[in-house]
Design a protein around this ligand. Structure first.
Ligand code: CP
Ligand code: NVA
Length: 331
């Protein structure tokens, strides 16, 4: 799983619905003092998942470790100073060796080509845990969160997330988190409007990849782009942002903070832009106050950030079940 673009709309929908139903089943079982119910209990017994992280992580690390453990497997965390990769050993050699001893690699890398390179020489499934271009596990959790909070389908009918016609406004940097979110939005019939400062918009090659998500979709969501936050926010159901300075861009921090002035999400901005009255707020975290103020971020009604973070666990369970336990069959 390199990106949401690897998935058909039906497969993406199934991953999200599975995440949501596993969440309920496991929480009910834990509340009753029981072990996780079938089919999760023991589904990964004897399996090791190598977690190769070249960057920091709270949510992705904890959710992946907890998900593997929940299914009875062993998560093996390999930070950048733990293995030979990139210092003494090539991507190819590392991938061949690690995949000969484990059942899955979950990799957080710099350039996207590093995770596709690992996958190309691996004999086991590889899951992208964040690259320069995509963050598919985050997007599964995001759509689970939107589905659980805003779905028009009262009880999921098993084939739809019930999100068609919603509008997401992304205000901030055009980055890895946005790209997979936009691909999923188009596949799910959700409109997505992106407001980024000049020079921080979607790169041309990435726009092509995002728009290709509409192929074969009866009613794809629409992508619009602007440099004016108020334009993107108009009639939006959900306002989303992410850090203005992603990991690896620390040296550009000063320049970026200047370029993004005026893009902070606040109640005033939402009102000025004409967001829907009950608009919700989302952020993948970690969060800095410059991109969203405390009033919005900690608003118990509007802000979905903590359920969104929790859903990372259920997204990880769903993805590992599909790619490792069911060997790529998304059932
Ligand atoms: N959202 C997310 O991926 O967070 P971490 O960087 O803490 O894993
Ligand atoms: N865009 C951020 C996301 C972190 C989860 C980064 O790449 O650092």
């Amino acid at each position: 799983l390199m990106s949401i673009s690897d998935l058909s709309p039906a497969e993406f929908t199934r991953l999200v619905l599975n995440a949501s139903s596993h969440k309920k089943a496991v929480k009910d079982a834990f509340a009753a003092g029981q072990v996780p119910p079938k089919p999760l209990h023991g589904a990964m017994t004897g399996k090791t998942v190598a977690m190769m992280f070249s960057k920091r992580s709270t949510r992705t690390r904890v959710s992946t470790e907890a998900a593997v453990q929940l299914m009875g497997g062993h998560p093996m965390f390999l930070g950048k100073d733990d293995i030979q990769l990139g210092v003494n050993e090539s991507l190819y050699d590392t991938s061949v060796v690690i995949s000969s001893m484990t059942s899955c690699m979950v990799a957080r890398v710099g350039p996207h080509s590093d995770v596709t390179g690992l996958a190309a020489s691996s004999t086991v499934p590889v899951i992208n845990a964040l690259s320069s271009d995509f963050h598919p596990l985050q997007t599964i959790a995001d759509f689970q969160t939107i589905h659980e909070s805003l779905s028009s389908v009262p009880s999921p009918d098993g084939s739809s997330l019930g999100l068609e016609g919603l509008k997401i406004a992304w205000v901030g940097d055009s980055n890895n988190v946005l790209f997979d979110l936009a691909i999923a939005s188009i596949k799910m019939g959700v409109d997505i409007a992106v407001a980024s400062p000049t020079s921080y918009g979607i790169p041309d090659s990435m726009r092509k990849t995002i728009l290709a998500a509409a192929e074969g979709v009866a009613k794809p969501g629409k992508l619009t782009e602007t440099t004016v936050p108020e334009e993107a926010i108009k009639d939006a159901d959900i306002l989303v942002t992410d850090t203005w300075v992603s990991m690896g861009q620390e040296e550009e921090a000063k320049k970026r903070l200047k370029a993004f002035a005026g893009y902070q999400i606040t109640n005033e901005l939402a009102k000025r832009g004409g967001a829907k009255p009950n608009w919700k707020f989302m952020h993948c975290l970690p969060r800095h106050p410059e991109e969203v103020d405390d009033e919005v971020f900690y608003d118990k009604e509007r802000s979905l950030v903590f359920p969104e973070a929790e859903n990372r666990l259920w997204a990880a369970v769903s993805a590992l079940e599909a790619f490792v336990v069911n060997k790529g069959k998304i059932l």
